[in-house]
Design a protein around this ligand. Sequence first.
Ligand code: FES
Ligand SMILES: [Fe+2]
Length: 395
Amino acid sequence: MHADKQKELLERLRQHLASNSTDQAPHSLQVPASHYVSDEQTELEVEVMFKRRPLLVALTPHIPNVGDYLTHEAIDTSLLLVRDKAGVARAYINACRHRGARIAEGKGSKATFSCPFHAWNWGLDGKIIARPNSHDGFAAADDRYDSLLDVPCYETAGLIFVLLEGEEIKSQVDKMMASALTDIAHLNIGNTQYIDSRVTELDCNYKFFLDGFAETYHIAPLHKNSISPFYYSNSTAVDELGEVVRLVSPRKTIDKEFSKPDAKQNALLPYCTTEYLIAPNVLLTHQVDHIQFWRVYPLDGASRCRVELNLFWPLPMDEEAERKARLNVDLVWQVTTDEDFPQSLAIHRNLASGVLPDLVFGSNEPALIYYHQNIAKAIGSERLIPLVEVEKNAE
Ligand code: FES
Ligand SMILES: [Fe+2]
Protein backbone atom coordinates (compact mmCIF):
# COMPACT_ATOMS: atom_id res chain seq x y z
CA MET A 1 0.00 0.00 0.00
CA HIS A 2 1.36 3.39 -1.01
CA ALA A 3 2.57 5.66 1.83
CA ASP A 4 -0.03 8.35 1.07
CA LYS A 5 -2.80 5.76 1.23
CA GLN A 6 -1.45 4.46 4.55
CA LYS A 7 -1.53 7.98 5.91
CA GLU A 8 -5.09 8.54 4.72
CA LEU A 9 -6.29 5.28 6.29
CA LEU A 10 -4.45 6.02 9.49
CA GLU A 11 -6.34 9.30 9.76
CA ARG A 12 -9.65 7.52 9.11
CA LEU A 13 -8.88 5.02 11.87
CA ARG A 14 -7.78 7.79 14.22
CA GLN A 15 -11.19 9.41 13.82
CA HIS A 16 -13.05 6.11 14.21
CA LEU A 17 -11.21 5.23 17.39
CA ALA A 18 -11.72 8.71 18.83
CA SER A 19 -15.48 8.56 18.22
CA ASN A 20 -15.97 4.80 18.70
CA SER A 21 -17.25 4.41 15.13
CA THR A 22 -16.44 2.22 12.14
CA ASP A 23 -16.88 2.26 8.35
CA GLN A 24 -20.44 1.42 7.39
CA ALA A 25 -22.20 -0.06 4.37
CA PRO A 26 -25.18 1.89 3.02
CA HIS A 27 -27.55 -0.81 4.29
CA SER A 28 -27.72 -4.06 6.21
CA LEU A 29 -28.39 -7.33 4.36
CA GLN A 30 -30.76 -10.23 4.77
CA VAL A 31 -29.12 -13.49 3.75
CA PRO A 32 -31.27 -16.61 3.36
CA ALA A 33 -30.03 -20.01 4.51
CA SER A 34 -30.01 -21.23 0.89
CA HIS A 35 -27.14 -18.83 0.11
CA TYR A 36 -24.98 -21.15 2.22
CA VAL A 37 -26.62 -24.57 2.11
CA SER A 38 -27.91 -24.91 -1.45
CA ASP A 39 -25.86 -27.45 -3.42
CA GLU A 40 -27.35 -25.99 -6.57
CA GLN A 41 -26.06 -22.50 -5.76
CA THR A 42 -22.62 -23.86 -4.86
CA GLU A 43 -22.51 -25.67 -8.19
CA LEU A 44 -23.25 -22.39 -9.93
CA GLU A 45 -20.58 -20.59 -7.89
CA VAL A 46 -18.06 -23.26 -8.88
CA GLU A 47 -18.93 -22.93 -12.57
CA VAL A 48 -19.03 -19.15 -12.69
CA MET A 49 -16.58 -18.02 -10.02
CA PHE A 50 -14.05 -20.83 -9.70
CA LYS A 51 -13.87 -22.05 -13.28
CA ARG A 52 -14.70 -19.15 -15.58
CA ARG A 53 -12.91 -16.43 -13.60
CA PRO A 54 -9.24 -16.18 -12.67
CA LEU A 55 -8.34 -17.95 -9.44
CA LEU A 56 -5.50 -16.78 -7.22
CA VAL A 57 -3.77 -20.10 -6.61
CA ALA A 58 -0.25 -19.20 -5.44
CA LEU A 59 2.14 -16.42 -4.55
CA THR A 60 5.41 -15.66 -6.34
CA PRO A 61 7.50 -16.92 -3.38
CA HIS A 62 5.87 -20.36 -3.68
CA ILE A 63 8.04 -20.83 -6.78
CA PRO A 64 10.70 -18.10 -6.64
CA ASN A 65 13.43 -19.74 -8.79
CA VAL A 66 13.73 -21.52 -12.14
CA GLY A 67 12.67 -25.16 -11.70
CA ASP A 68 10.60 -24.52 -8.56
CA TYR A 69 7.20 -26.18 -8.62
CA LEU A 70 4.02 -26.38 -6.57
CA THR A 71 1.11 -28.75 -7.03
CA HIS A 72 -2.31 -27.44 -6.15
CA GLU A 73 -5.81 -28.87 -6.13
CA ALA A 74 -8.22 -26.23 -7.52
CA ILE A 75 -11.76 -27.65 -7.17
CA ASP A 76 -11.41 -30.93 -9.09
CA THR A 77 -8.34 -29.95 -11.08
CA SER A 78 -4.82 -30.97 -10.10
CA LEU A 79 -2.47 -28.19 -11.18
CA LEU A 80 1.30 -28.18 -11.53
CA LEU A 81 2.72 -24.65 -11.23
CA VAL A 82 6.27 -24.30 -12.48
CA ARG A 83 8.83 -21.51 -12.92
CA ASP A 84 10.25 -22.20 -16.40
CA LYS A 85 13.76 -21.54 -17.74
CA ALA A 86 12.80 -18.01 -18.78
CA GLY A 87 11.60 -17.31 -15.23
CA VAL A 88 7.93 -17.32 -16.28
CA ALA A 89 5.30 -18.92 -14.03
CA ARG A 90 3.47 -21.66 -15.98
CA ALA A 91 0.48 -23.80 -15.04
CA TYR A 92 -0.12 -27.30 -16.37
CA ILE A 93 -2.72 -29.93 -15.68
CA ASN A 94 -0.86 -32.30 -13.37
CA ALA A 95 -1.53 -35.33 -15.56
CA CYS A 96 0.95 -37.25 -17.69
CA ARG A 97 -0.07 -37.42 -21.36
CA HIS A 98 0.60 -41.17 -21.39
CA ARG A 99 -2.00 -42.59 -19.03
CA GLY A 100 -2.77 -39.62 -16.84
CA ALA A 101 -0.67 -40.15 -13.70
CA ARG A 102 0.26 -37.10 -11.65
CA ILE A 103 3.80 -36.15 -12.58
CA ALA A 104 4.56 -34.30 -9.32
CA GLU A 105 3.32 -33.99 -5.74
CA GLY A 106 3.78 -31.25 -3.13
CA LYS A 107 6.39 -28.60 -3.75
CA GLY A 108 10.08 -28.51 -4.53
CA SER A 109 12.57 -27.89 -7.30
CA LYS A 110 13.47 -30.02 -10.35
CA ALA A 111 15.31 -29.69 -13.65
CA THR A 112 12.80 -32.05 -15.30
CA PHE A 113 9.80 -34.11 -14.16
CA SER A 114 9.90 -37.89 -14.35
CA CYS A 115 6.44 -39.49 -14.26
CA PRO A 116 6.30 -42.04 -11.42
CA PHE A 117 4.27 -44.54 -13.52
CA HIS A 118 6.42 -45.32 -16.62
CA ALA A 119 9.09 -42.60 -16.30
CA TRP A 120 8.17 -40.37 -19.23
CA ASN A 121 10.35 -37.32 -18.75
CA TRP A 122 8.90 -33.80 -19.04
CA GLY A 123 10.66 -30.42 -19.30
CA LEU A 124 9.86 -27.25 -17.37
CA ASP A 125 8.31 -26.02 -20.63
CA GLY A 126 5.78 -28.87 -20.47
CA LYS A 127 7.32 -30.67 -23.47
CA ILE A 128 8.25 -34.33 -23.61
CA ILE A 129 11.99 -35.05 -23.29
CA ALA A 130 12.06 -38.86 -23.36
CA ARG A 131 9.92 -42.00 -23.21
CA PRO A 132 12.43 -44.48 -21.82
CA ASN A 133 12.15 -48.21 -22.73
CA SER A 134 9.04 -47.72 -24.85
CA HIS A 135 10.27 -49.86 -27.82
CA ASP A 136 8.88 -47.28 -30.27
CA GLY A 137 5.43 -48.14 -28.96
CA PHE A 138 4.31 -44.52 -29.34
CA ALA A 139 5.61 -43.90 -32.87
CA ALA A 140 2.05 -43.54 -34.13
CA ALA A 141 0.93 -41.23 -31.31
CA ASP A 142 0.66 -37.68 -32.69
CA ASP A 143 2.11 -34.55 -31.11
CA ARG A 144 -0.88 -34.08 -28.78
CA TYR A 145 0.95 -36.47 -26.51
CA ASP A 146 4.18 -34.46 -26.60
CA SER A 147 2.99 -31.64 -24.33
CA LEU A 148 1.35 -31.33 -20.95
CA LEU A 149 -1.98 -29.53 -21.06
CA ASP A 150 -1.49 -25.82 -20.45
CA VAL A 151 -3.69 -23.66 -18.25
CA PRO A 152 -3.66 -19.86 -18.73
CA CYS A 153 -1.45 -18.41 -16.00
CA TYR A 154 -0.70 -14.78 -15.12
CA GLU A 155 1.68 -13.47 -12.49
CA THR A 156 1.50 -9.92 -11.22
CA ALA A 157 2.18 -8.06 -7.93
CA GLY A 158 3.52 -11.28 -6.38
CA LEU A 159 0.26 -13.12 -7.17
CA ILE A 160 -0.16 -16.12 -9.50
CA PHE A 161 -3.56 -16.54 -11.14
CA VAL A 162 -4.87 -19.35 -13.35
CA LEU A 163 -7.99 -19.64 -15.47
CA LEU A 164 -9.53 -23.12 -15.47
CA GLU A 165 -11.93 -22.45 -18.37
CA GLY A 166 -11.27 -19.89 -21.11
CA GLU A 167 -8.23 -18.17 -22.56
CA GLU A 168 -8.14 -14.47 -21.70
CA ILE A 169 -6.78 -14.13 -18.18
CA LYS A 170 -4.91 -10.80 -17.92
CA SER A 171 -7.82 -8.50 -18.73
CA GLN A 172 -10.04 -10.44 -16.30
CA VAL A 173 -7.46 -10.18 -13.51
CA ASP A 174 -7.03 -6.45 -14.17
CA LYS A 175 -10.79 -5.93 -14.03
CA MET A 176 -11.46 -7.94 -10.88
CA MET A 177 -8.41 -6.73 -8.95
CA ALA A 178 -8.33 -3.11 -10.26
CA SER A 179 -6.41 -0.83 -7.87
CA ALA A 180 -5.94 -3.71 -5.40
CA LEU A 181 -3.06 -4.79 -7.65
CA THR A 182 -0.98 -1.66 -7.01
CA ASP A 183 -1.99 -1.74 -3.36
CA ILE A 184 -0.77 -5.33 -3.02
CA ALA A 185 2.35 -4.70 -5.15
CA HIS A 186 3.56 -2.38 -2.37
CA LEU A 187 3.50 -5.31 0.07
CA ASN A 188 6.54 -6.67 -1.78
CA ILE A 189 5.35 -10.27 -1.59
CA GLY A 190 8.07 -11.32 -4.06
CA ASN A 191 10.63 -10.53 -1.37
CA THR A 192 9.19 -12.96 1.18
CA GLN A 193 9.94 -16.60 1.87
CA TYR A 194 7.49 -19.47 2.16
CA ILE A 195 7.55 -20.82 5.72
CA ASP A 196 4.92 -23.50 6.23
CA SER A 197 1.33 -24.65 5.61
CA ARG A 198 -1.66 -25.99 7.48
CA VAL A 199 -4.64 -27.63 5.87
CA THR A 200 -7.97 -28.99 7.09
CA GLU A 201 -11.39 -30.04 5.83
CA LEU A 202 -14.53 -28.66 7.47
CA ASP A 203 -18.22 -29.61 7.39
CA CYS A 204 -19.47 -26.17 6.41
CA ASN A 205 -19.91 -23.96 3.39
CA TYR A 206 -16.63 -22.47 2.13
CA LYS A 207 -17.97 -18.92 2.41
CA PHE A 208 -18.06 -19.14 6.20
CA PHE A 209 -14.29 -19.19 6.17
CA LEU A 210 -14.02 -15.71 4.66
CA ASP A 211 -16.94 -14.52 6.80
CA GLY A 212 -14.84 -15.22 9.87
CA PHE A 213 -12.25 -12.71 8.69
CA ALA A 214 -14.62 -10.12 7.23
CA GLU A 215 -15.38 -8.24 10.43
CA THR A 216 -13.70 -7.42 13.72
CA TYR A 217 -17.06 -7.14 15.49
CA HIS A 218 -16.60 -10.69 16.86
CA ILE A 219 -13.09 -10.24 18.21
CA ALA A 220 -13.97 -8.98 21.69
CA PRO A 221 -16.55 -11.68 22.51
CA LEU A 222 -15.24 -14.70 20.60
CA HIS A 223 -11.52 -14.15 21.03
CA LYS A 224 -11.61 -12.57 24.48
CA ASN A 225 -9.00 -14.92 25.90
CA SER A 226 -6.71 -15.03 22.86
CA ILE A 227 -6.22 -12.12 20.48
CA SER A 228 -8.78 -9.61 21.77
CA PRO A 229 -6.32 -7.87 24.15
CA PHE A 230 -4.23 -6.89 21.12
CA TYR A 231 -6.99 -5.38 18.96
CA TYR A 232 -9.37 -2.48 18.88
CA SER A 233 -12.51 -4.44 18.18
CA ASN A 234 -15.07 -3.06 15.74
CA SER A 235 -13.30 0.00 14.32
CA THR A 236 -12.28 -1.00 10.82
CA ALA A 237 -11.59 0.80 7.55
CA VAL A 238 -13.26 -1.05 4.67
CA ASP A 239 -12.92 -0.28 0.96
CA GLU A 240 -13.89 -1.94 -2.30
CA LEU A 241 -11.02 -2.01 -4.78
CA GLY A 242 -12.47 -3.51 -7.96
CA GLU A 243 -14.10 -6.70 -6.73
CA VAL A 244 -11.63 -7.00 -3.87
CA VAL A 245 -12.63 -5.92 -0.37
CA ARG A 246 -9.86 -4.44 1.76
CA LEU A 247 -10.16 -4.29 5.55
CA VAL A 248 -7.70 -2.47 7.76
CA SER A 249 -8.13 -3.26 11.45
CA PRO A 250 -6.05 -1.45 14.05
CA ARG A 251 -4.10 -3.21 16.75
CA LYS A 252 -3.63 -1.48 20.08
CA THR A 253 -0.01 -0.72 19.20
CA ILE A 254 -1.39 1.90 16.81
CA ASP A 255 -1.47 4.32 19.75
CA LYS A 256 2.32 4.46 19.50
CA GLU A 257 2.04 5.65 15.92
CA PHE A 258 -0.67 8.18 16.79
CA SER A 259 1.49 9.67 19.50
CA LYS A 260 4.42 10.41 17.16
CA PRO A 261 4.86 14.17 16.73
CA ASP A 262 6.06 14.02 13.09
CA ALA A 263 3.10 13.18 10.86
CA LYS A 264 5.41 12.34 7.95
CA GLN A 265 6.58 9.29 9.85
CA ASN A 266 3.11 7.86 9.99
CA ALA A 267 2.95 4.21 8.97
CA LEU A 268 -0.08 2.01 8.98
CA LEU A 269 0.94 -1.54 8.10
CA PRO A 270 3.05 -2.39 11.18
CA TYR A 271 0.17 -1.46 13.51
CA CYS A 272 -2.72 -3.11 11.69
CA THR A 273 -4.08 -6.29 10.19
CA THR A 274 -4.64 -5.52 6.51
CA GLU A 275 -6.82 -8.04 4.69
CA TYR A 276 -7.79 -8.46 1.05
CA LEU A 277 -10.90 -10.59 0.49
CA ILE A 278 -10.51 -11.83 -3.06
CA ALA A 279 -13.77 -13.48 -4.08
CA PRO A 280 -14.63 -16.24 -4.19
CA ASN A 281 -12.06 -18.01 -2.05
CA VAL A 282 -8.91 -16.16 -1.03
CA LEU A 283 -7.90 -14.14 1.98
CA LEU A 284 -4.56 -12.38 1.67
CA THR A 285 -3.44 -10.79 4.93
CA HIS A 286 -0.58 -8.48 5.79
CA GLN A 287 -0.19 -9.12 9.50
CA VAL A 288 2.11 -6.49 11.08
CA ASP A 289 5.30 -7.83 9.50
CA HIS A 290 4.41 -10.89 7.39
CA ILE A 291 1.96 -12.38 4.88
CA GLN A 292 -0.74 -14.99 5.50
CA PHE A 293 -2.28 -16.56 2.41
CA TRP A 294 -5.51 -18.53 2.81
CA ARG A 295 -7.39 -20.47 0.12
CA VAL A 296 -10.68 -22.28 0.61
CA TYR A 297 -12.47 -24.59 -1.83
CA PRO A 298 -15.93 -26.15 -1.70
CA LEU A 299 -15.80 -29.97 -1.66
CA ASP A 300 -18.70 -32.04 -2.98
CA GLY A 301 -21.41 -29.40 -2.75
CA ALA A 302 -22.39 -26.71 -0.25
CA SER A 303 -21.60 -28.40 3.04
CA ARG A 304 -17.91 -29.23 3.03
CA CYS A 305 -14.74 -27.29 2.30
CA ARG A 306 -10.97 -27.49 2.40
CA VAL A 307 -9.01 -24.63 3.97
CA GLU A 308 -5.29 -24.07 3.56
CA LEU A 309 -3.05 -21.53 5.28
CA ASN A 310 0.40 -20.63 3.92
CA LEU A 311 2.64 -18.20 5.76
CA PHE A 312 5.39 -16.04 4.20
CA TRP A 313 8.06 -14.01 5.98
CA PRO A 314 10.12 -11.06 4.64
CA LEU A 315 13.67 -11.75 3.49
CA PRO A 316 16.40 -11.84 4.66
CA MET A 317 15.63 -14.53 7.25
CA ASP A 318 17.78 -15.34 10.26
CA GLU A 319 17.32 -17.85 13.06
CA GLU A 320 15.19 -15.50 15.13
CA ALA A 321 12.96 -14.63 12.15
CA GLU A 322 12.52 -18.34 11.40
CA ARG A 323 11.51 -19.02 15.01
CA LYS A 324 9.06 -16.12 15.02
CA ALA A 325 7.59 -17.13 11.66
CA ARG A 326 6.95 -20.72 12.75
CA LEU A 327 5.43 -19.52 16.01
CA ASN A 328 3.04 -17.36 13.97
CA VAL A 329 1.92 -20.33 11.85
CA ASP A 330 1.02 -22.24 15.02
CA LEU A 331 -0.61 -19.24 16.68
CA VAL A 332 -2.87 -18.19 13.83
CA TRP A 333 -3.84 -21.80 13.11
CA GLN A 334 -4.65 -22.46 16.75
CA VAL A 335 -6.88 -19.41 17.21
CA THR A 336 -8.68 -20.10 13.94
CA THR A 337 -9.24 -23.80 14.49
CA ASP A 338 -10.09 -23.52 18.21
CA GLU A 339 -12.29 -20.43 18.07
CA ASP A 340 -13.45 -19.44 14.55
CA PHE A 341 -14.06 -22.77 12.78
CA PRO A 342 -16.36 -24.20 15.50
CA GLN A 343 -18.66 -21.18 14.94
CA SER A 344 -18.72 -21.83 11.19
CA LEU A 345 -19.68 -25.48 11.76
CA ALA A 346 -22.42 -24.59 14.25
CA ILE A 347 -23.90 -21.90 12.00
CA HIS A 348 -23.88 -24.24 9.02
CA ARG A 349 -25.73 -26.91 11.01
CA ASN A 350 -28.35 -24.39 12.14
CA LEU A 351 -28.94 -23.25 8.58
CA ALA A 352 -28.88 -26.73 7.05
CA SER A 353 -31.43 -28.07 9.56
CA GLY A 354 -34.01 -25.64 8.22
CA VAL A 355 -34.82 -24.14 11.62
CA LEU A 356 -33.10 -20.87 10.82
CA PRO A 357 -34.49 -19.21 7.69
CA ASP A 358 -31.95 -16.44 7.32
CA LEU A 359 -29.14 -14.33 8.77
CA VAL A 360 -28.61 -10.58 8.86
CA PHE A 361 -25.37 -8.70 8.18
CA GLY A 362 -25.26 -5.27 9.86
CA SER A 363 -24.17 -2.12 8.05
CA ASN A 364 -21.29 -2.14 10.56
CA GLU A 365 -20.11 -5.33 8.78
CA PRO A 366 -19.55 -3.78 5.34
CA ALA A 367 -16.92 -6.27 4.13
CA LEU A 368 -19.34 -9.16 4.66
CA ILE A 369 -21.97 -7.31 2.67
CA TYR A 370 -19.63 -6.40 -0.22
CA TYR A 371 -18.10 -9.90 -0.41
CA HIS A 372 -21.46 -11.67 -0.55
CA GLN A 373 -23.02 -9.13 -2.89
CA ASN A 374 -20.12 -9.68 -5.30
CA ILE A 375 -20.82 -13.41 -5.26
CA ALA A 376 -24.56 -12.93 -5.71
CA LYS A 377 -23.96 -10.52 -8.60
CA ALA A 378 -21.56 -12.91 -10.35
CA ILE A 379 -24.05 -15.79 -10.28
CA GLY A 380 -27.14 -13.64 -10.92
CA SER A 381 -28.67 -14.46 -7.52
CA GLU A 382 -31.38 -12.20 -6.13
CA ARG A 383 -31.48 -13.98 -2.79
CA LEU A 384 -29.71 -11.26 -0.79
CA ILE A 385 -32.04 -8.48 0.28
CA PRO A 386 -30.76 -5.03 1.31
CA LEU A 387 -32.52 -3.75 4.43
CA VAL A 388 -32.70 0.00 4.75
CA GLU A 389 -33.46 2.02 7.85
CA VAL A 390 -36.39 3.87 6.32
CA GLU A 391 -38.29 0.64 5.58
CA LYS A 392 -37.76 -0.57 9.12
CA ASN A 393 -39.19 2.65 10.55
CA ALA A 394 -42.18 2.50 8.23
CA GLU A 395 -43.23 -0.91 9.55
S1 FES B 1 1.41 -42.37 -17.01
FE1 FES B 1 3.18 -41.18 -17.06
S2 FES B 1 4.64 -42.42 -17.99
FE2 FES B 1 2.86 -43.62 -18.02
FE1 LIG C 1 -12.00 -14.65 14.36
